[in-house]
Design a protein around this ligand. Structure first.
Ligand code: TXA
Ligand code: MG
Length: 363
């Protein structure tokens, strides 16, 4: 088979009811998956770009559509535990405990892979990442396809993840077989990736399930320090995805760290300075602070309220949409208040930090 990168194809579009997906649409999308095509679909976290996990040629199409480096493995999505059993060698008791508690849901487990899983999915690794999504459309698609579905987030590699079909189409129209549009996703940031291949279960990527939630069930959990595997000057990440540029809008994103009062003052000052240079500047702020950016003739080119500082779940749900808006409105500079790290706030700040490429202004 020859696949020509960048070659345009017709992308089929199905609008589905996220709670009661229409059977005929799911069956048609599932036939695309069975036929070796790619289909984007909603999960509770972000939209995924799926293909039959047991079909290496179909999986290859995902890498091409995303421009994803071949050494970055994919998450395999299942709808039944019987599918998980086919993908992994064994399920450690602690993993079984988590599955009972958090599946279906935003928790991905990395386990030793079975022989059946193609190395194209795991990017040559002997482990495989698996999760059962908590979204009717995703689960029905997997059920009707009759195979586990390998799916990374449905964005071009390095760009902000998609939380609506509009985001997916912006990046992927003409490059994928089809898309199931089930509206906006509810969690808004990706699943937690938990590695069971080391002695102590290790969080490789914080996400929808928090460390505190995991600690209630596990004897010990480690949070993988991003730079723990420094070897000389070379950073050897445990999770291959960690070494790449991530979630980045086109504009330069800065995090402003400091007390709320100081942060607001600094952001106002920076906006004015950059606007004088002719730059378009966006501010991503909280419900508690937005009023301070709308006073005394001061006006950011784009002002987005992510939510209350007390409500990290809403901030998580809105973050990627805000980054997409910044791209759509051609923002050159994006200034983001630092949000509290509580609960899912930890994962939110992890994504914002990656999007910033570590541009942090400390006050
Ligand atoms: O919420 C999610 O997890 C979404 C939805 C679509 O399910 N998917 C998603 O996939 O975020 P992706 O490809 O954007 O991120 C998968 C992450 C990457 O950082 C990758 O390196 C890591 O999981 N990963 C996958 N397989 C792995 C493995 N065998 N060992 C270590 N890390 C792995
Ligand atoms: Mg991704």
């Amino acid at each position: 088979m020859i696949i020509i990168a960048g070659e345009k194809m017709r992308t089929r579009y199905w609008r589905v009811n996220p709670f009661h997906p229409e059977k005929n649409k799911i069956i048609e999308a599932a036939s695309f998956i069975r036929g070796g095509k790619t289909v984007a679909f909603p999960t509770e976290t972000v939209y995924g770009l799926g293909a039959d996990a047991f079909n290496p040629e179909a999986v290859q199409k995902i890498f091409i559509a995303k421009g994803r480096p071949a050494d970055n493995p994919l998450i395999v999505h299942v709808a039944h535990l019987s599918q998980l059993k086919k993908l992994v060698q064994e399920i450690p008791p602690e993993a079984a405990l988590l599955i009972r508690q958090f599946w279906p849901g935003p928790l991905t487990l990395v386990l030793p892979k079975s022989r059946e899983v193609p190395y194209g999915v795991t990017a040559g690794l002997d482990t495989v990442a698996v999760r059962m999504p908590r979204h009717k459309v995703a689960l029905e698609l997997i059920r009707w396809a009759g195979c586990p579905i390998a799916a990374p987030s449905a964005n071009v590699s390095g760009k902000p993840s998609p939380t609506s079909a509009k985001h997916v189409l912006k990046d992927m129209y003409g490059a994928i077989g089809g898309i199931l549009d089930g509206g906006s996703t509810s969690v808004g940031i990706e699943s937690t990736v938990l590695d069971f291949s080391s002695d102590v279960p290790t969080i490789l990527r914080p996400g929808g399930v928090t460390k505190e939630q995991l600690e209630k069930l596990l004897k010990k959990v480690r949070l993988s320090p991003e730079r723990e595997n420094m070897n000389g000057n070379e950073f050897i990440p445990r999770s291959p995805g960690m070494k790449y540029r991530h979630y980045s809008p086109r504009g330069e994103l800065y995090i402003i760290r400091g007390s709320i009062k100081k942060a607001v003052g600094k952001i106002r000052e920076l906006v004015l300075n950059w606007q004088k240079e002719g730059k378009k500047v966006a501010v991503l702020c909280s419900r508690e602070t937005h009023q301070y950016y709308q006073r005394n003739n001061f006006k950011a080119d784009l002002l987005i309220i992510l939510g209350s500082r007390e409500d990290p779940k809403t901030v998580a749900r809105k973050l990627y949409d805000a980054l997409h808006w910044c791209d759509d409105k051609d923002m050159d500079i994006i200034l983001v208040e630092e949000f509290p790290f509580e609960g899912i706030g930890y994962a939110v700040m992890n994504r914002i930090k990656k999007a910033s490429g570590d541009r942090i202004i400390e006050l």
